[in-house]
Ligand binder design. Structure first.
Ligand code: SF4
Ligand code: SF4
Length: 360
């Protein structure tokens, strides 16, 4: 395993982290706990969860696994998040999280999913920063972090507060173009940098032929190539992979073992080979999956990815019909309330895409 200094936190994190949002069967607790233990034994030391991953089941799973890791004296870092902004709610939440995780302190605690500067300003007005600082002083958390989906260099406004010690943000071989300005802003600060969705939320491995340009040779697996792309950025401490099963853990650990420094010129060539359209793909994060008229937005947006990737309308129709078993007419019931676009982590023009699908 390779370890990197996590900005000014000074901690040494494994360059692959375990994201707890994609377990194949969260109700099979024993298998999921064993996955965490296997990852830790392979040298992965960063474990990230959240209070709404599978309800509270992801945190509970890590809680069980952490208990075992402590028994076996295996060192690990815990990471979780909160959407709460006011002190009483945050305190209630962290109290439950500490119990679920079986910990006295959480190593990396995140202000979760900042999607716009307005959203950030609201949280700040409600006192989130002061509360996080108090939690740290009281020893309930060790490092104050933020997970951001801001684009452009909006993130500068948060980093200028000089409170955040680490950032969790999306960056991958397909969306780096829309994330580059944020990444450049982060690079200017001595803060830790963890990347979520390094495999494009599954899009890269599901479309290996589209992402062929990131492979160093035809024998390299697409997962290895996508992870090597992330590892090549020295500023990134950890690529957080949402593991579904043991095979995926082994695959990621293998990618670390085969990693050799990639020259900047090669990295630039890879980037110049990518198309602009890759930045507008849905990652399937499900944040928008709360439509008041019950449109299954992630399914439609995933189908729309196929239009972008395959550059033809039939790709959407086929995907809707054969993969999702939904009809395009459902897209037409959108009331344009805008709720989904406000929370979309990729800033996708969901309403326009639904109109496009409905009119096909
Ligand atoms: S804009 Fe349309 S798709 Fe989005 S939440 Fe509102 S009704 Fe649903
Ligand atoms: S449309 Fe946006 S919020 Fe919804 S699943 Fe896709 S990326 Fe996530």
């Amino acid at each position: 395993m390779i370890y990197r200094r996590h900005g000014r936190t000074g901690e040494k994190l494994s360059i692959v982290g375990f994201g707890g949002m994609r377990f194949k069967n969260i109700d099979d607790r024993e298998t999921c706990v064993n996955m965490v233990l296997e990852a830790a034994k392979s040298g992965i030391n960063y474990f990230d969860t959240a209070p709404k991953y599978f309800g509270i089941k992801s945190e509970q799973t890590f809680g069980d696994a952490f208990k075992e890791l402590k028994k076996q004296n295996i060192q690990f870092y815990s990471s979780t998040k909160t959407f709460e902004t006011k002190e009483p709610e945050i305190r209630r939440e962290i109290d439950s999280q500490l119990k679920r995780l079986g910990l006295d302190t959480i190593d990396f605690y995140h202000m979760w999913s900042v999607t716009s500067l307005d959203n950030w300003k609201k949280r700040k007005r409600e006192g989130i920063l002061n509360t996080f600082v108090k939690l740290k002083e009281e020893g309930l958390i060790r490092h104050i972090c933020v997970s951001s989906h801001l684009i452009g260099d909006d993130i500068k406004e948060l980093l200028e507060e000089n409170v955040f010690e680490a950032v969790l943000f999306g960056y991958s071989a397909y969306n780096f173009s829309v994330r580059q300005k944020a990444f450049d802003a982060i690079k200017a600060y001595d803060i830790g940098c963890v990347v979520m969705n390094p495999l494009g939320g599954g899009i890269i491995p599901q479309n290996p032929e589209i992402f062929d340009f990131i492979k160093k040779d035809k024998n390299q697996s697409i997962v290895e190539a996508a992870l090597h792309f992330i590892f090549a950025h020295e500023k990134i401490t950890t690529a957080l992979v949402g593991f579904q099963d043991l095979h995926e853990i082994h695959e990621a650990v293998h990618a670390v073992e085969t990693y050799r420094d990639i020259e900047d010129s090669l990295l630039e060539k890879i980037k110049s080979d990518a198309t602009e359209s890759f930045g507008t793909l849905c990652t399937g994060c499900q944040y928008c999956n709360n439509c008041p008229v019950e449109i299954p937005i992630p399914k439609f947006m995933e189908a729309y990815n196929h239009k972008i990737l395959y550059k033809n309308d039939h790709a959407i129709s086929d995907r809707l019909k054969w993969h999702w078993d939904i009809t395009k007419e459902i897209a037409a019931i959108c009331t344009e309330c805008g709720q989904c676009e406000q929370v979309c982590t990729q800033h996708i023009p969901i309403i326009d895409r639904l109109k496009d699908i409905a009119s096909m």
